[in-house]
Ligand binder design. Structure first.
Ligand code: 5RP
Length: 402
């Protein structure tokens, strides 16, 4: 039961501004919290500040009728109107990374293909130029790839909160993740995307969810086996499409016995997934013995990006900016082993300040005694303006009242 229904003023910096293209707020997909009295650009059902269920439609009859008329337009028109346009989104709220966080696709625009440039340079008529100027900014990516990237790294603030529940693929029934359906259900509305295996997706996630799935497609070893780094691609792109995956995740083990195999897996997977507009998230796994310092992690992240990974997941470390600075694609930080909540929130804050676009956190959320309070506190850093202290106070408040 939700008992916290008062504005905690955490919404101040994450409230959405009025669309400047003539559309109404509800029409543009914004949702209103009646308790806080603000609109958000969010797909969540509840306000991240106070927990109130968000309104998706105007209250007045006239407003409802207007929205219904707009929504009854042909699908293509509605999709065009709703297409994310990073060029029009407001700047990311604090805390700011020391160096600018990378907009998804900003680098591929320069190097991967020349489609966007070709479109504008070969356009001859004024009408065509005007239409091109109105079109969405895809950052040089194909629409499908850009759309999937935008579902993982939210264009409105260039941040991402991924919930990791894929641990069973080599750890088996990990502590407090023994029954994935029960763990996932209350957390689903607070994450931007869920990282998991196809087995858990098919058995433990309601298919009606709107949360994007980041599907782990590598595996083949176990914690009791000989070598954790001996992984292969275990899921086909066709099955990933059947599962409506928004991205594919695969580990590389740089410096390990199976380094070659896992890096070559990544290169091949990027080639196959890109054919269908699916981004690939490379995990710089460290196995049992590899280090986690900036020298090693910047090497591993850069190698992943050079193979074409669209997002890299790695660990936080001292001198983390060295890692983000030298990696030309967005970096997401893994939570790692369970640590005290205050420390995990500090790690989240420092990761973003160091240039990560967000966190992909598992154990520090669902191994907490208060997983919902914890994910909401993490969210208040990733998508809000809380520092670790404020987020920890929020965690304690929510834990007490929940
Ligand atoms: C396991 C993974 C996990 O998804 C990743 O480590 C994130 O989970 P946690 O926050 O528990 O570390 O990739 O290989």
């Amino acid at each position: 039961m939700r008992s916290v229904l008062e504005c905690k003023q955490l919404c101040d910096d994450s409230k959405a501004s009025k669309p400047n293209d003539g559309r109404g707020r509800y029409e543009a997909g914004q949702r209103r919290c009646n308790t806080c009295g603000v609109f958000f650009d969010t797909a969540n059902m509840h306000c991240q500040c106070c927990g109130t269920k968000l309104r998706t439609k105007p209250r007045s009859k006239a407003g409802k009728e207007r929205l219904a008329t707009i929504n009854s337009r042909p699908a293509a028109t509605a999709a065009e109107a709703a297409a994310p346009n990073p060029a029009e989104t407001r700047p990311a709220p604090a805390p700011k990374p020391k160096r600018g966080a990378k907009t998804p696709g900003s680098r591929p625009q320069k190097s991967r293909d020349g489609n966007a440039t070709a479109t504008t340079t070969t356009t001859t008529t004024a009408a065509k130029s005007a239409a091109a100027a109105r079109g969405p900014n895809l950052g040089g990516m194909d629409w499908g790839l850009a759309n999937r990237m935008a579902s993982i790294i939210r264009p409105e603030d260039n941040r991402a909160l991924m919930l990791a529940v894929d641990h069973g693929y080599f750890l088996g029934p990990t502590e407090r993740l023994e029954e994935p359906d029960r763990v996932i259900a209350p957390l689903l509305e607070y994450c931007d995307s869920l990282m998991l295996t196809r087995g858990v997706q098919r058995t433990s996630v309601p298919p009606a969810t709107r949360t994007p799935m980041v599907l782990r497609v590598s595996g083949g070893s176990s914690i009791i086996g000989e070598d954790l780094s001996r992984e292969d691609v275990t899921v086909s792109v066709q099955d990933a499409i059947r599962l409506n995956a928004s991205a594919l995740a695969l580990s590389i083990f740089v410096g390990s016995k199976y380094e070659y195999q896992t890096i070559a897996n990544l290169g091949r997977l990027v080639g196959q997934a890109q054919e269908y507009g699916i981004p690939v998230l490379a995990v710089t796994a460290v196995g049992k013995e590899l280090g986690k310092d900036a020298r090693y992690l910047s090497l591993a992240c850069r190698i992943a990006a050079e193979q074409g990974a669209h997002i890299v997941k790695t660990y936080y470390c001292e001198d983390f900016e060295k890692v983000t600075r030298s990696c030309p694609v967005p970096i997401i930080v893994a939570g790692g082993k369970k640590i005290p909540e205050r420390d995990a929130l500090e790690l989240t804050y420092n990761s973003i300040r160091g240039g990560a676009v967000g966190v992909d956190m598992g154990r520090n959320i669902w191994q907490s005694d208060h997983p919902v309070a914890m994910i909401r506190a993490v969210r208040s850093i990733v998508h809000g303006t809380n520092d670790a202290d404020k987020a920890y106070r929020m965690y304690l408040d929510l834990a007490k009242s929940g």
